[in-house]
Write a new protein. Structure first.
Length: 217
């Protein structure tokens, strides 16, 4: 007898316009034309030579397939500290271990819509991390290509249009430039500047989160 087993859905943390957690929802169900505001994170991973790991999103990703972006993005699980989520996602998506995780843009958020109407709407604190190896073994359902590049070259290439990157990466690059020319010297931000949703444990499903029109980028 064949018995079907339900595989638990990955849950994301829903937020209101004040950055407070209001519940959870399956990740597989939230990305559409009215994507609710939810908690995520972005990571810029640098190696020992201070080069940045740039990735290309897999072609079957729901949002921005095949587009260049920063090293890694993800969603913390309910009750999971953001730094632990960064470590987990780097292993899952890129097959690497990272350390030296630092919060650099605690208040970053954005809302962007693709031509087909699918929207991303995230509170998305930005981190840097270090990697001690050049060997990357990505999950090909997430990442189709990768390369280590000079940060200043990447910065200039995004700004002058030579590289087309994800909308969140483009916005983050502009803010990261203001932190200084050397990523290793970017100041570490205070955790208290994180959205409240990033500082509490979420246990139960709550009301529907805010939609894109309810919060600016």
């Amino acid at each position: 007898m064949n018995i079907a087993m339900d595989v638990p859905s990955e849950m994301v943390i829903l937020c209101n316009v004040h950055g407070e957690a209001i519940g959870t929802a399956p990740k597989s169900e939230i990305h559409h034309a009215q994507t609710p505001l939810h908690l995520a994170f972005s990571v810029y991973i640098f190696n020992a030579e201070n080069k940045l790991l740039v990735t290309r999103r897999a072609l079957d990703k729901i949002t921005w397939p095949g587009v260049l972006t920063n090293s890694c993005c993800g969603h913390p699980r309910p009750g999971e500290p953001l730094t632990e989520a960064v470590e987990r996602r780097a292993r899952e998506e890129l097959g690497i271990d990272v350390d030296g995780i630092r919060l650099v843009l605690p208040e970053f958020s954005y809302c962007a819509t693709m031509e087909n109407g699918i929207t991303e709407h995230e509170l998305c604190p930005v981190f840097t991390a270090r990697c001690q190896t050049l060997s990357v073994t990505p999950d090909l359902s997430e990442v189709s290509a990768w390369e280590w590049v000079d940060w200043q070259w990447f910065l200039g290439s995004v700004q002058d249009g030579r590289l087309t990157v994800s909308p969140w990466c483009r916005a983050q690059v502009e803010l990261l430039e203001a932190l200084g020319a050397d990523p290793s010297q970017w100041p570490t931000a205070d955790d208290l500047r994180l959205p409240e949703a990033a500082r509490v444990s979420i246990q139960e499903v709550g009301p529907t989160a805010a939609h894109c029109t309810g919060m600016g980028t």
